[in-house]
Design a binder for this molecule. Structure first.
Ligand SMILES: O=c1[nH]c(=O)c2[nH]c(=O)[nH]c2[nH]1
Length: 302
């Protein structure tokens, strides 16, 4: 006899956290504003949870809104409600699933957004923007929303104004102290809005994205860095200080090491000019910056 078909009292296992839904719905919405078109290009993943014990224990699907339906909803909403921003779209979807199905108590909508820039003068020709991918995660539990937006794959480099010295040393330490090094990283950032829904006005999601991106980049560029950890804190705190609607920023910064190449064998002096860019292994510096009094809400592991 399998565990699932045993009476509850005889079970030796029980169901823990679970969620389900259609992942990676690639929806592209074209806005035909006259001759000048706009494109929104998203990858939307739906994860629902609630009263789902029975489908796991006995196989009864009575509470299961099919993942196929969640996929259809994404595409229908792209037409019915449009995609003004990934965040607004996710808020619509999350609210819909929780309010329309009693057994669904929580919806998490994860979205990646790929940028398109108009090219030429046709009004309908685009090139994918090559830098970062935008991200957002909207969670709704029937009481409040949590919106965590972000970006990933944004590669930045300072060719000077970076040092690393004075660190702890033991018998295995071989690293030479650096007084002028390249500092490069691929930024993954997530920021949590204070907005939770209700009567409060929804933030201007599109505008805030450009502002936060700008603060992160400005802080990276402006900071004379004694460590990537110090730069991380400067980047996160710049966002929280400059953006009253954001209470928490989490950053994951791989240290993209650049090592000076020894050119002495060729009779050449290397005056901090020629580096080898190493891809592995890399230091991985991660941390959260919080507004004074705020509780951490962005998951640490992902
Ligand atoms: O900015 C840095 N932080 C570290 O913790 C570290 N460790 C290391 O080897 N190089 C660096 N650089």
């Amino acid at each position: 006899m399998t565990d699932a078909s045993r009476p509850a009292a005889a079970r030796t296992t029980y169901l823990g956290q679970n969620q389900y839904g259609k992942a990676e719905n690639r929806v592209v919405r074209v806005y035909r504003d006259g001759a000048s078109h706009r494109v929104k290009d998203l990858n939307v993943s739906v994860a629902l949870s609630g009263a789902m014990d029975e489908v796991h224990y006995s196989g009864s699907n009575a509470n299961v809104l099919p993942t196929d339906t969640t996929k259809n909803t994404v595409f229908a909403f792209a037409k019915e409600h449009g995609i003004e921003s990934a965040e607004a779209f996710g808020v619509h979807l999350a609210r819909h699933f929780v309010t329309s199905q009693e057994q669904i108590q929580r919806a998490r909508i994860r979205i990646e957004e790929y940028g398109w820039q108009r090219i030429g003068d046709t009004g309908h020709s685009f090139a994918r923007t090559g830098q970062e991918t935008r991200t957002t995660e909207i969670t709704y539990d029937g009481l409040g929303f949590q919106v965590v937006s972000g970006l990933k794959d944004l590669v930045v480099l300072n060719s000077t104004d970076s040092e690393f010295w004075g660190y702890a040393k033991d018998g295995y330490t071989t690293l030479k102290e650096a007084y002028d090094r390249i500092l490069a990283t691929e930024v993954t950032a997530r920021w949590r809005f204070g907005w939770t829904g209700g009567a409060a006005t929804e933030p201007s999601w599109e505008e805030s994205y450009g502002q936060v991106r700008g603060h992160l980049l400005d802080a990276f560029a402006d900071t004379y860095s004694l460590s990537l950890q110090q730069t991380l804190y400067a980047m996160g705190s710049r966002v929280v200080e400059q953006h009253p609607g954001i209470d928490e920023v989490r950053l994951s910064l791989p240290n993209k090491h650049h090592f000076l190449v020894d050119l002495e064998p060729f009779g050449l002096k290397n005056d901090n000019e020629v580096y080898i860019a190493a891809d592995r292994p890399y230091g991985l510096i991660e941390g959260t910056v919080l507004r004074d009094g705020a509780q951490a809400g962005i998951p640490v592991t992902d």
